[in-house]
Design a protein around this ligand. Structure first.
Ligand SMILES: Nc1ncnc2c1ncn2[C@@H]1O[C@H](COP(=O)(O)OP(=O)(O)O)[C@@H](O)[C@H]1O
Ligand SMILES: O=c1ccn([C@@H]2O[C@H](COP(=O)(O)OP(=O)(O)O)[C@@H](O)[C@H]2O)c(=O)[nH]1
Length: 242
């Protein structure tokens, strides 16, 4: 069925893409083919009238915790990680705009001339007009992750659901990358994720969505069409809700 014949379940979403997803088969950096594929899939959502906010990680470039383990000051490492997310956001905007999708990059760290400073009300106006808004530089603070930034921005701009796109099919009873016998869940509560210490998202992010009853769906972005399936209400991945 063409994408345009499918009715969206959500009016506004926040899609979180991990930085590593942008690497494709490379060891580091950004694979332009992956960006183009993601732009195509995001364009399908815009095409059926869904308002899309995006948060992109920075793990394909720098992670504060890894830099700190190698001897760097942690806060400096986290600043580098946040700047990495801005680079990814600029690359994604470029790919989206080449697909004729109007895109705004906002940054939690003021960066005049490169990205607009994050402003909630302005972001909501852009979303209302159908522009994709990329929220970059995480929360602007060290010691947080872009999963937390995605949940924070999603709650702030009042999305219907936070979608965490990852490289596994959902949330399992243990890490499926390490345990081939791991069993996938279709649905979990926030407390299930916390009590069972399921490592797919950091605890700060889970606590934040739990406190605000914001549903999250974890799904595999490497599966073609999965994003559209999620948005039209099909049972992809794992739903975490109250
Ligand atoms: N219980 C679990 N269910 C699903 N994935 C898990 C679980 N525990 C750990 N993971 C790992 O979490 C990763 C998803 O997080 P993601 O943010 O996409 O990656 P990263 O943290 O490497 O950027 C998966 O690739 C998977 O290996
Ligand atoms: O609010 C934030 C968000 C991110 N980061 C830093 O940016 C890096 C990249 O983000 P993340 O690890 O979440 O990216 P992903 O795993 O999604 O690629 C993190 O490791 C942190 O060092 C941060 O300090 N504060």
């Amino acid at each position: 069925m063409p994408a345009t014949d499918r009715q969206p379940k959500y009016k506004r979403i926040l899609l979180k893409l991990s930085g590593e997803a942008l690497m494709g088969d490379e060891e580091f950096g950004i694979d332009p083919k992956v960006l183009d594929r993601m732009a195509l899939e995001i364009g399908q959502l815009v095409g059926i009238g869904v308002q899309v906010g995006l948060v992109i990680g920075g793990g394909n470039l720098f992670r504060g915790a890894a830099l700190s383990a190698a001897g760097m000051d942690r806060v400096t490492g986290d600043h580098m990680g946040m700047l990495a997310t801005v680079m990814n956001a600029l690359a994604m905007r470029d790919a989206l705009e080449r697909s004729n999708i109007n895109t705004r990059v906002m940054s939690a760290i003021p960066m005049s001339g490169v990205a607009e400073r994050y402003d909630r009300r302005r972001a909501m106006r852009y979303l209302n007009t159908g522009d994709v808004v990329i929220f970059s530089a995480g929360t602007g603070n060290p010691f947080f992750t872009t999963d937390s930034a995605a949940c924070l921005r999603g709650i702030e701009v009042d999305v219907d659901v936070v979608l965490k796109a990852t490289k596994v099919d959902g949330i399992y009873d243990s890490d499926p990358v390490k345990n081939p016998d791991a069993v996938k869940f279709d649905q979990l509560t926030y407390d299930d994720v916390l009590d069972r210490k399921l490592g797919v998202m950091d605890l700060t992010a889970i606590c934040l969505v739990r406190d605000h009853d914001m549903p999250i769906r974890v799904f595999n972005m490497n599966k073609p069409g999965a994003l559209l399936n999620v948005v039209v209400g099909q049972n992809e991945g794992t739903l975490v809700s109250p």
